[in-house]
Unconditional design. Structure first.
Length: 658
């Protein structure tokens, strides 16, 4: 009997280690279980699609810090427990902590523990193979020994230059805010104590960070009065890379923000500024409203003073907004909890605003979940190519917030559902789900982790309304007829975080050729006059094929190239993904004196621009070294290369892989 138990346990252990994303909403992927409590997950995703999930774990009797790593398929890349980051003594009650990833795929975790008598802040960098890079004890950001002082709730931001910015609050007689910048090697670039924001009359607390041009944006509060009932004002400041304050802007001084309204939805606007949303009761009428504000890279506000009101419904209350910022079209999707005035009924609404704060879905927003006795609240929101996705909790038992299920819904710019069934179930178990954490990959997929019965679970959501692994087809397929007998196919690669091995090219429903994954164009020649249709299928490892791509067509007339109008300008990039140097080839539809090439990152920021002088109207060719563009090394990630020739503008997505 003992042998049987051992065998069963071994099989269960293999299941834990080798499981992948689950398609069953009632049986999500287990990240960490076993004895003790596994709590407060954080999720970060690298450019190449690997997922870090950190946690506190008291299986040892102490709240140790652990880190697990998954591949894009959801397979554990480390052993069952993951990597032990720290087993230094921690408090028996926990406060918040944070994790981010740097451009090289390292995880940076910051938290507090009491190895030095009182609460101090530490930071660790963990490599993709699980090595602790900043010594076994991490980097000590503080060294207090007074038990009446507590350093708490640190947050971290990893920037494109490899720096890690860490901010926290030091709770003493008055709370002060501290901020430091660590080099890639863990050196404190702003001195031993960093930058300090403090005042003898006020408390300064609850920092949040965003990257901006040549520095960071810092959101924080200034509190007047007792800590349990402060008069709370909100500010955003810009710091350069040397720690100098470039500007400070008041976001709201209207008051009404409670002491337990701490971490807000705070997002980049795509041009170096930020958008932030919150709720308050500035009128002291026991009714909370949601407000949104945008601050530019120069510190100017583009919405009304103290924020743009998201809904004019003054009979009901609005709470906990989550925003998703469309940086290209300059729109803000906002999703928020709505209750009746007595908070006995819950629902969820949505609103779309422009960067001036104008309400585009009506003055009272759009009802997503009508008011009822079922508890509902948004968890997070993200933009997609078609609109936005909101991930939210909804109760399964009336008047019970302990039986919450997790769902998602997608909307276009008119407020229409994008998925056939309206919403999508992510987790349908009926036990309490605590501390949900979400992160997204630029390719349009998301990882959600949460705490349930003191174990950690996770699931993957794709922007097309599916869960578990998604195997996309190539997209942006185009076919260009080149007389008298050729057709040039171009497409965007399907995936770089989990790439296919090959593509199949079909012409007139017949498989014509296999090409390698790194190829994004193919020239058919010696074609007879006629119309040809094309589509592609991506072939993934383990014999998994994508659905067909879109179908495109082109017509060959057989006319001599000298007797027709030249085709539109064409742009070819090889290789793509790019590891260091890429060859750019382009041809032109008419004589032009200059060709402008620009590279834009996914935040909409200009990374590089150059002006070319074409040699002819036929094919021109040049190389770009992404290790040295005007002296800068371009970090891994997704970018857009734009070519402007007179009135023509061609855009191609490129991926830098290191």
């Amino acid at each position: 009997m003992k042998r049987l138990i051992v065998i069963v346990f071994f099989l269960l252990l293999l299941t834990v280690i080798y499981s992948q994303w689950s398609e069953q909403t009632s049986d999500p992927l287990l990240i960490a279980g076993g004895t003790g409590e596994q709590v407060i997950p954080k999720v970060s995703i690298t450019d190449d699609g690997n997922i870090y999930i950190s946690r506190f774990d008291n299986a040892s009797g102490n709240y140790d810090v652990w880190l697990q790593k998954l591949d894009p398929l959801g397979f554990h890349l480390w052993d069952e427990s993951g990597v032990l980051v720290s087993d230094h003594p921690a408090m028996s009650w926990l406060t918040d902590y944070d994790m981010d990833v740097d451009p090289d795929g390292n995880a940076v975790i910051t938290f507090q523990d009491i190895r030095n008598v009182t609460n101090n802040i530490y930071a660790y960098k963990i490599s993709p193979n699980g090595e602790l890079l900043w010594t076994a004890g991490g980097v000590a950001l503080t060294n207090d020994t007074d038990i009446d002082i507590m350093n708490a709730s640190p947050t971290v931001l990893c920037t494109n230059d490899g720096s890690s910015y860490i901010a926290w609050q030091r709770v003493a007689e008055r709370t002060s805010l501290h901020l430091n910048r660590l080099s890639p090697e863990g050196a404190k670039l702003w001195g031993e104590d960093g930058v300090v924001l403090q005042s003898p009359e006020t408390s300064i607390n609850w920092p949040q960070l965003l990257e901006t041009d040549d520095g960071i944006l810092l959101k924080y509060y200034i509190d007047i009065g007792p800590f349990w009932a402060p008069t709370r004002f909100m500010y955003i400041a810009k710091f350069d890379q040397d720690g100098t304050t470039e500007w400070t802007t008041a976001i709201t001084t209207a008051g009404g923000i409670t002491a337990w309204t701490q971490i807000l939805s705070f997002q980049p606007d795509g041009t170096g500024g930020a958008v932030i949303a919150w709720h308050d009761d500035r009128n002291s009428d026991m009714v909370n409203e949601v407000y949104v504000q945008r601050v530019t890279v120069n510190g100017a506000l583009t919405m009304p003073t103290d924020g743009a009101l998201i809904s004019t419904d003054m009979q009901n209350q609005q709470y906990y907004p989550k925003i998703a910022v469309d940086q290209v079209n300059q729109h803000i999707f906002a999703f928020y909890k709505q209750t009746n005035s007595s908070q006995t009924q819950d629902g969820m609404n949505g609103q779309l605003l422009d960067f001036a704060g104008n309400r585009l879905w009506g003055d009272t927003g759009m009802v997503i979940i009508p008011l009822s006795s079922y508890v509902a609240s948004p968890i997070d929101a993200f933009t997609t190519q078609q609109g936005a996705i909101v991930i939210y909790e909804e109760g399964n038992v009336p008047n019970n917030d302990q039986s919450m299920q997790i769902k998602a819904a997608a909307f276009d710019y008119q407020g229409n559902y994008l998925w056939n069934d309206g919403y999508l179930d992510l987790v349908t178990t009926n036990t309490p789900k605590v501390h949900p954490a979400v992160n997204n990959h630029p390719e349009g997929w998301f990882v959600l982790s949460w705490e349930e019965d003191y174990d950690l679970y996770a699931t993957r959501l794709n922007s097309n309304g599916t869960i578990a692994m998604y195997y996309p087809a190539p997209h942006d397929l185009s076919a260009l007829a080149i007389e008298p007998d050729s057709i040039d196919l171009n497409w965007t690669f399907a995936y770089h975080s989990y790439p296919p091995e090959t593509y199949q090219i079909f012409m007139n429903d017949q498989l014509e050729v296999f090409v390698d994954y790194g190829v994004t164009s193919y020239l058919f020649s010696d074609l007879t006059p006629g119309t040809y249709e094309f589509y592609l299928v991506a072939n993934y490892p383990e014999s998994v094929d994508s659905a067909p791509s879109e179908t495109v067509s082109a017509t060959i007339s057989g006319t001599s190239v000298d007797d027709i109008i030249r085709p539109m300008a064409s742009l070819l990039i090889h290789p793509n993904p790019i590891h260091s140097t890429a060859t750019i080839r382009y041809n032109l539809n008419q004589p032009v004196s200059t060709v402008e090439i620009s590279i834009i990152n996914i935040k909409g920021q200009l990374v590089y621009r150059t002006v070319m002088f074409p040699n002819s109207n036929d094919w021109n060719e040049f190389n770009l070294d992404f290790n040295n563009l005007d002296g800068n090394r371009i970090a891994s990630g997704i970018y857009f290369l734009k070519m402007k020739t007179g009135e023509d503008l061609i855009r191609r997505k490129i991926i830098i892989l290191r």
